[in-house]
Design a protein around this ligand. Structure first.
Ligand SMILES: [Zn+2]
Length: 154
């Protein structure tokens, strides 16, 4: 059976950036199962797998626009240090939950700390990153009606 909308795909994958660093991998774990056509995985990878069958291996290169989006400079902001009251020491790399202007929780990562200013970045950690997937399709099966209704694999 071929990969198309409303099929469940199980695959092993290794994700690297253009520097060859491994960012994520299913190696040593169960294959990742997802519902094709339900935006369970990034659009660029989902599109590239259409028509493939169990046993197929593929190398898929995905531009940021088809993955986690471009880096948005306006999401990198300076926040006064006093906004972090109650936190003993602020260091680059620390992550916090912040609220965006519409009141949604958003994860921000501290990029830099100066005297009274903290630079925080609310971009997705993989925003602006070109993703390279090494994929092996393990299984392709028809989704159940319930899975299609829920938009995910059971
Ligand atoms: Zn469900």
């Amino acid at each position: 059976m071929m990969i198309g909308d409303n099929v469940v795909v199980s695959m092993h994958y290794t994700l690297t950036n253009n520097e060859g660093e491994v960012l994520d991998s299913s190696e040593g774990a169960e294959p990742l199962a997802y519902l094709q056509g339900a935006s369970n995985i990034i659009p660029g990878l989902e599109k590239a797998l259409v028509g493939k069958t169990a046993g197929a291996k593929a190398q898929v290169s995905v531009e940021p626009a088809e993955a986690y989006g471009e880096l948005q400079p306006e999401l990198i902001q300076q926040v006064p240090l006093e906004a972090f009251q109650g936190v003993e020491e602020i260091e680059p790399g620390m992550a916090f939950e912040a609220q965006d202007p519409s009141g949604n929780a958003r994860r921000v990562v501290v990029k830099a700390v100066e005297a009274e200013q903290v630079t925080v970045d609310a971009n997705h950690p993989l925003a602006g990153v070109h993703l390279n997937f090494d994929v092996e399709i393990v299984d392709v099966r028809e989704a159940t009606e319930e899975e299609i209704a829920h938009g995910h694999v059971h």
